[in-house]
Ligand binder design. Sequence first.
Ligand code: NIG
Ligand code: FE
Length: 387
Amino acid sequence: MTSLLVTGIGSLVTNDPSHGGLLGEILDAALVIEGSTVAWVGPRTAAPVADNAIDVAGRAVIPGFVDSHSHLVFAGDRAEEFAARMTGTPYSAGGIRTTVAATRQATDEQLTANVARLVTEMRRQGTTTVEIKSGYGLTVADEARALEIARQFTDETTYLGAHVVPADYADDPAGYVDLVTGSMLDAVAAHAKWIDVFVERGAFDEDQARTILQAGIARGLQPRVHANQLGEGPGVQLACELGAAAADHCTYLTDADIDALAQTGVVAGLLPAIEFSTRSPYPNARRLIDAGVTVALATDCNPGSGYSSSIPFCIALAVREMHMTPAEALWSATAGGAKSLRRTDVGHLTPGAQANLAILDAPTYLHLAYRPGVPLVAQTYVAGRPV
Ligand code: NIG
Ligand code: FE
């Protein structure tokens, strides 16, 4: 196995607190990659020899971002809907049906090419692990093909047949729940790790969501939930009741919701690019963190509520608008994302971890929030290879 020494690292974020602080930052550091994994990290002066070496000339190295929430399998866009929102039209779940219609029309090749384009965009911005949901097919065949396509790009695939009740079932929501928990689940179970439900007024209510999530759990899928995005509601409590990995959005929370997240350890996924693009209030990250809740930051990249593939943008929003410290924001977009996906092999740079990292054109990770909108990722490595 070939080894690579990365030396001259001005600041190395390991996310290993044994190196000090939340981020386990090592200054004037080096790192050794063997094959696809991290073999060694430490001070440059103590670095072992390796087969090959690169000197990154004082740049910062951080763990690759773990984007724990995205909807990349779709066709078309909704730029006009965005423009209307900016002049006052509120976001509603109903817009999902526009993308469903376009996605059903698209060929497999078109959908695959669109996912490839977006995953490339993400990698250029430092993302090395991405969760991808279905949810714009909403027929048995279209949900199955969405997940088969997603699986070509990631192991973190999520069945979101319960995104919205499609127009063809508008008069029979109960029939749609039967489909989602019946033949649609049969068709997708082999292609998905997770099951998700959009629990919201205009989408699925608490009882429907419980039925759907329990059906998925019975088939070996693990639950995660779109919760409390557009208003207070039962999503967070349901996620906690069912032992979900994550409750994502968490824009409108009660004290009881925050207590439940803290007590159960369900990760709160915060998606500030959505509040940016829907002109909604940002979630209260400080209240969550101060209550001991584990927070993940993710893009939720989708053509409707927010079409950003950029974790650096989310970090900048989290720091500027949500009062997370730059260290908390980076931790949440790496280690927090890994916790949201129940992964121990990513989100940190410690020996044995996957060698997923980003080299920044900056001396420290602080520049991610300090220099918003600037393409600071010089090179991304996935499993030890530049991508
Ligand atoms: O996470 N909230 C539900 N689903 C997506 C939006 C989907 C859409 O508007 O197309 C979200 O924000
Ligand atoms: Fe989403």
